[in-house]
Write a protein that binds this ligand. Structure first.
Ligand code: PMV
Length: 327
């Protein structure tokens, strides 16, 4: 019997320029470029054990056996690793998050980034950061960005692409910013991001407008990150999120991820900004509002957001490292 085992950690990321929609020509390629910040303080920890004694892959999430859908996505990634390593051993995957999955912090990004790193290490593959990012991206697009620390970008897929990896734009120490998450609901979201974006692309009259407009927002966000200029990138961060949601809302039937508390929080971010507390909002496929602000303003922004009706609690997150092997 042969056993090969490695553990890796990865952090969630928040997109400042959003990815929403896949290219129609397959290979799980994004239709628009995106740019995110990888967050310290919260992590997914995943151990992969290839064991010749197993007759199928096994997955446990936070100590409990997973459902078939999650296991299918994990096997999808492991099959690519096995093909490259040239063996067929099944694996036991034990994954846990030290942050609540309902906090609105994309757990699939950190999950598939940690899985890619742990699986390649356990299979004794010598994979580059690009190869690991591409491997994660083939199962979860946003996971490609969690491979990198700090600020990471992923360009749109082009016809003919079979590989596509995220690239680091700047290290975590490049810019002292914070993301304040205003949690507006406990419990799982209604429509997952994969289903939501597919439905949007197929049925929303705004999807072509989104794909046409997103690159400009991405460029503004990228330039603002490189220049460490919050006032410059903030409006593009807000427009990227609101345009993404406008497309989803206009789908048939429309997908509304927001609750009343989401709207209250949006208005509060703008009111606080007018009063001199500079923050810009972004929203993923759920009702939580995330506020991008200067590191030195994070506590004040969190205190202000906690006063918003319907905001249950806040989490302050700062730029962190990329995915890595820990043992
Ligand atoms: O790659 P997924 O299925 O986790 O989709 C991510 C979608 C958003 O979080 C809404 C935007 C993004 O770029 O992370």
């Amino acid at each position: 019997m042969s056993i090969k085992s490695k553990q890796a950690v990865a952090h969630p990321n928040i997109a400042l320029a959003k990815y929403w929609g896949k290219q129609s020509f397959g290979h799980n390629l994004p239709a628009v470029p995106s740019l995110s910040v990888t967050l310290a303080g919260m992590q997914t920890s995943t151990r992969v054990t290839f064991d010749t004694g197993l007759d199928k892959d096994e997955l446990s999430l936070n100590g409990a056996p997973s459902g078939e859908v999650e296991l299918g996505r994990v096997t999808n990634l492991l099959d690519r690793v096995r093909a490259r390593a040239g063996f067929q051993d099944r694996a036991r995957v034990e994954s846990s998050n030290d942050f609540p999955t309902a906090s609105g912090l994309a757990s699939s990004a950190s999950a598939f980034a940690a899985l890619a790193v742990a699986a390649c290490a356990a299979a004794e593959l010598d994979a580059s950061a690009e190869e690991l990012s591409d491997l994660a991206r083939k199962t979860s697009v946003s996971a490609a960005r969690s491979l990198l620390g700090g600020f990471a970008e992923l360009r749109a897929g082009r016809e003919g692409d079979e590989t596509l990896a995220a690239q680091q734009v700047a290290a975590p120490t490049h810019w002292d910013i914070a993301i304040v998450v205003a949690v507006t609901r406990e419990g799982p979201k209604d429509v997952g991001s994969s289903d939501g974006m597919k439905h949007t692309m197929v049925t929303s009259p705004y999807s072509a407008a989104w794909v046409a407009a997103a690159p400009k927002m991405f460029e503004l966000v990228r330039a603002g990150v490189l220049a460490r200029d919050l006032t410059k990138l903030g409006p593009a961060v807000e427009q990227s999120a609101l345009a993404m949601h406008a497309g989803a809302i206009a789908a048939d039937p429309g997908i509304v991820y927001w609750t009343g508390a989401t709207v209250e929080a949006i208005l509060a971010v703008r009111k606080n900004r007018a009063l001199g507390l500079e923050g810009y909002l972004t929203i993923d496929a759920g009702p939580h509002v995330k506020v991008l602000t200067r590191g030195s303003d994070a506590e004040a922004v969190a205190a202000a957001m906690e006063k918003v009706p319907g905001v249950l609690r806040t989490i302050i997150a700062r730029p962190g490292l990329g995915a890595r092997v820990v043992s």
